[in-house]
Design a binder for this molecule. Sequence first.
Ligand code: NAP
Length: 289
Amino acid sequence: MKEQTITGHTKLTGLLGSPVAHSISPLMHNLAFQLKNLNYVYLCFDVGTKDLKTVTDAFRIMNVRGFNLTMPDKTRMFELADSVSPAAELIGAANTVVQENGKLTAYNTDGTGYMRAVQDAGYNIIGKRMTLLGCGGAATAIAVQAALDGVEQITLVNRQGPSFVRARQLADTLSTRTSCQVSICSLEDSTELKKVLDQSDILTNATPAGMAPHEEQCPLPDSSLLHPELIVSDIIYNPRSTKLMQMAQEVGCPVFNGLYMLLYQGAEAFRLWTGVDMPITDVKNAYFQ
Ligand code: NAP
C-alpha cells in the first residue's frame, strides 16, 4: 500500500460531534483513502451543537469536502444544510454532509448502512415484514430507509412515553409518503407484540438496551415472543453478541449485530465524498472483526 502524503491538494473530511475521540471512522476512512490512492484525510473534531453553525460556516470557506455528524449534532445539521436528501428530509436528521461550491447537502446514511448490513448478512427483506424496537435517531433512519427501499410492513414497537408519540407521528408520515404500511405497538402489550412478531420476517433492535456497560439488559421481556424463522438483528456492536441475540439463538433464530451497519454507513459517506466505492473487504479485515 502506498503511504499517504498530505499535500496542498489534500481534501479534508471529518467527524463533528461530542465526544468523538473514540470513533472508528478515522481509521476506516483513512485506510480506504490510502487503499484507493485518494488524496483525502479524515479527522475528528469535538464540536457540540452550540458551535456547529460557526464550524460549518468555516468549513464552507475552507472548502472542506464533507463531514459526518454524530450525537448531538445530527438534528441541528439538518437545519443548517442548504439542501437535504429525500431520506434525510423524512428522518429529520443528517449524519453526512457533502460540500459543493459552498453549498452543504445533508444526507443520512444510517438507514442505507443498516439495509446494506442486512444484505451482507445474506437476507433480502424487500417485500417482507419488519418489527423495529425503539423510535430514536437510529430507528427513525432505519424505518425511513426500509420504507423507501420497499419493505412491505413495519411495526414500530416502543414503551409508552415520548418515543411512543414519535412513533405514531413517524408511522403516519411513512404510511402517507411511502408505499410501506407502518403501524405501532406498545412494548407493554405482550399479546399484540406476540401477534406482530409471529407475522414478522425480521426483528431489529434499535434501542440501547443491552449495550455496554449494560450488557444484562434486553429490550424484549422473554423468548416466548420469538419464533425460529425470525431474523433477529441488533444494531448494537458493543458487545458483539447482545442478550437479545443470545436469547434469539437459543430459540434457533438467525442473528447478526450492528457492526456492519457502522461499516456501511461509512462506506456510503465515502462514496458521496469521493465518487469511489470503499474497499469493503480490506476495511472489514482491518477494523470490523
Ligand atoms: P436514541 O435516539 O436515544 O433512541 C433510543 C430509543 O430506544 C428510544 O426510542 C428509547 O425510548 C428506546 N429505549 C431506550 N432504552 C430502552 C429500553 N431499556 N427498553 C426499550 N426501549 C428503550 O438512541 P439512538 O441514537 O437511536 O441509538 C440507539 C442504539 O443504536 C444505541 O445503542 C446506539 O449505539 C446504536 N446505534 C448503532 C449504530 C450502528 O451503526 N450500528 C448507529 C446508530 C446508533 P424511550 O423514549 O422510551 O427512552
